[in-house]
Design a protein. Structure first.
Length: 180
């Protein structure tokens, strides 16, 4: 790669990294070419940006984008970089759950920048076990809504009982009038 190309790659990656809240750095050495193409296509459908970049170029790009406290051990060889604007759980799950045809994990997660903070691999793998943001929000709505709907039912119960009792009284009076 010529120097001009390297400068262009660093510039492009710096722009992509600026303002990112979710960045995943992975070792991709266990993936085959056809698997990589299929995986990249699946990531694109989800809106996840993924690029393999030389470690020294990534280091320059991260410095240019303002990332601090980056572990120097991450920059030993080429690195897979994944960026996602939205839910970090979706990003992490894609890489943790992706397996090859032997059902073996393909990617080794090096480190991640999740919701604006550097996170080690063990924490990232824990994030992958969480439900998505949408699932958590729907559960929260259910938990909030459930007691309210029960309370409405309880409050309506006496009114229903009163209507039933009044209906029975009315029926008794009508029967008494017909009998008289």
């Amino acid at each position: 790669m010529r120097k001009e190309q390297k400068v262009e790659v660093v510039k492009e990656m710096t722009e992509k990294l600026k303002g990112q809240k979710n960045v995943l750095l992975v070792d991709f050495s266990g993936i085959k070419g056809n698997e990589a193409a299929a995986f990249r296509k699946a990531l694109n459908k989800e809106g996840i940006y993924y690029k393999v970049i030389k470690a020294s170029l990534l280091k320059r790009a991260m410095e240019g984008a303002g990332f601090e406290d980056v572990d120097e051990n991450l920059f030993t060889k080429s690195v897979g970089v994944a960026l996602y604007e939205s839910d970090p759980v979706v990003l992490v799950k894609k890489f943790v759950e992706f397996k090859n045809e032997d059902d073996q994990p393909v990617f080794k997660i090096k480190m991640g920048f999740v919701d604006g903070k550097w996170t080690v691999r063990s924490n990232i793998e824990k994030i992958a076990t969480l439900p998505s943001k949408e699932t958590l929000l729907s559960k929260l709505v259910y938990l909030i809504q459930s007691p309210l709907s029960r309370m409405v039912t309880v409050l309506q119960k006496p009114e229903k009982d009163l209507v039933i009792v009044l209906g029975q009284i009315k029926d008794k009076k009508e029967k008494a009038e017909k009998a008289a």
